[in-house]
Design a protein around this ligand. Structure first.
Ligand code: FES
Ligand code: FES
Length: 171
């Protein structure tokens, strides 16, 4: 057994784990983060995608011991109080899901994509999400949702930027 420490959605956990335990099983079975689903047994579908130190990782392809000392973000940590993350809102507004099984991973992948490319083209969105499979939607509304989220996030940055600039103006 190995002793590891992980920060999951801002909460610190210390766990004794078997070296073969997968991160997705640590999250779901030990830490109760069942919002991160398992969609395949081939590390192919992306449903289990989380943010590992801010970057996407398929949690079924990472050992829990490899996450020792890391910050892990799951879909369950996105909402700020009662307010959904803008990417969650955009998926809702654009009806970017049907069964919803791919959605947590798709949202985490979209957040990482928008971190590195805040104004992605349709092609960049399709490329950025190519590691996440959806059996239901045909992807069209998912692409629309990511574009909508990009617009909402850049509008909020510019509002906050203006507010910050206003605060800096001497009275
Ligand atoms: S469950 Fe991890 S990639 Fe499918
Ligand atoms: S909404 Fe069903 S797999 Fe994507």
């Amino acid at each position: 057994m190995a002793r590891i420490t992980v920060n999951v959605d801002g909460i610190r956990f210390e766990e004794e784990v078997e070296p073969r335990l997968l991160l997705v099983h640590l999250l779901r079975d030990r830490l109760g983060r069942t919002g991160t689903p398992i969609g395949c047994d081939t590390s192919n579908c992306g449903a289990c995608t989380v943010l590992l130190d801010g970057k996407t990782a398929k949690s079924c392809a990472v050992l829990a011991v490899q996450a020792d000392g890391c910050d892990i973000g799951t879909v369950e940590g996105l909402a700020d109080g009662g307010r959904r993350h803008p990417v969650q809102d955009a998926f809702h507004e654009e009806h970017a899901l049907q069964c919803g099984y791919c959605t947590p991973g798709m949202i985490m992948a979209a957040i990482d994509l928008l971190r590195t490319d805040p104004h992605p083209s349709e092609e960049a969105i399709r490329e950025g999400l190519e590691g996440n499979l959806c059996r239901c939607t045909g992807y069209q509304n998912i692409v629309r949702a990511v574009r909508r989220a990009a617009a909402a996030m850049s509008a909020s940055v510019s509002v906050n930027g203006e507010q910050a600039a206003a605060r800096e103006v001497p009275a």
